[in-house]
Design a protein around this ligand. Structure first.
Ligand code: PGA
Length: 256
């Protein structure tokens, strides 16, 4: 049975002061249920990089995991503006979002970069959350599966079956991110099912059955339950709704 993973991606929001306040409000609602939640799910917050130390402090003694939104694949070197896995790990970061559509579309990250980052995360025993997803134009041209499979194939190049239980995939249709237009649970399941089949072919059925596949794109407290009810939707990557203690707590507690 796969453990759920529900992750808040704060993107470039919340300063250290705001983050401390947010975490205090969130913990007040989540901590009393922590042992119940821990039975079947991991919960995670991914703040802006510079806010990670403040959030690490605010999360001390909680059941939350701490994630980063991006990282470089090298451990150090002449890469102005970047941070590395060892730097993040020093603050207790255990997960890293890789190849988010905003990184791909605004910062022109390629599948090749994504693949290097996934392998770097695994090398450092971090959990890579590799994002895939099609644009509206690609969906309308019936290219969803083709695009997602290309991202999967390139992103997981040279990643062995032994990593199946660690790697997390996030299916995030670009047209659903920050737009209020969620994919229906059926639309999402169709792509999640295709991703699972791809993983079956890549790693074999039993390894592929261990990989968690999250859905992301306008997840709210109102639609999380119906999404998680689908067989291949193992959690969520949540942007906007993770920025307020109430909605974030409701999503983290979904179904518990
Ligand atoms: P959203 O963002 O929930 O605001 O649509 C999701 C994401 O980009 O991870």
């Amino acid at each position: 049975m796969r453990r759920k993973l529900i992750a808040g991606n704060w993107k470039m929001n919340l300063s250290a002061i705001e983050a401390r306040e947010m975490i205090a409000g969130l913990r007040a609602q989540v901590d009393p249920m922590a042992s119940r939640l821990a039975k079947d799910r991991d919960i995670l917050i991914a703040p802006a990089t510079v806010v990670i130390p403040a959030v690490a402090q605010a999360l001390a003694g909680s059941s939350f995991a701490l994630g980063a939104q991006n990282m470089h694949w090298e451990d150090n070197g002449a890469f102005t503006g970047e941070v590395s896995a060892p730097m993040l790990k020093a603050f207790g970061v255990t997960h890293v979002i890789i190849g988010h559509s905003e990184r791909r579309h605004v910062f022109f990250e390629t599948d090749e970069f994504v693949n290097k980052k996934v392998k770097a995360a695994l090398k450092h025993r971090m959990v890579p959350i590799m994002c895939v997803g099609e644009t509206l134009q690609e969906r309308e041209a019936s290219k969803t599966i083709e695009i997602v499979m290309r991202q999967m194939d390139n992103g997981l190049s040279e990643v062995p079956a032994e990593a199946a239980a660690t790697v997390v995939i996030a299916y995030e249709p670009v047209w659903a991110i920050g737009t209020g237009k969620t994919a229906t649970p059926e639309q999402a399941q169709l792509v999640h099912g295709a991703i699972r089949e791809f993983l079956d072919d890549l790693w074999g059925k039993s390894a592929a059955a261990e990989t968690r596949i999250l859905y992301g794109g306008s997840v709210t407290p109102d639609n999380i339950d119906s999404l998680l009810a689908k067989p291949d939707i193992d959690g969520a990557l949540v942007g906007g709704a993770s920025l307020k203690p109430d909605s974030c707590a409701k999503i983290f507690r979904s179904g518990a």
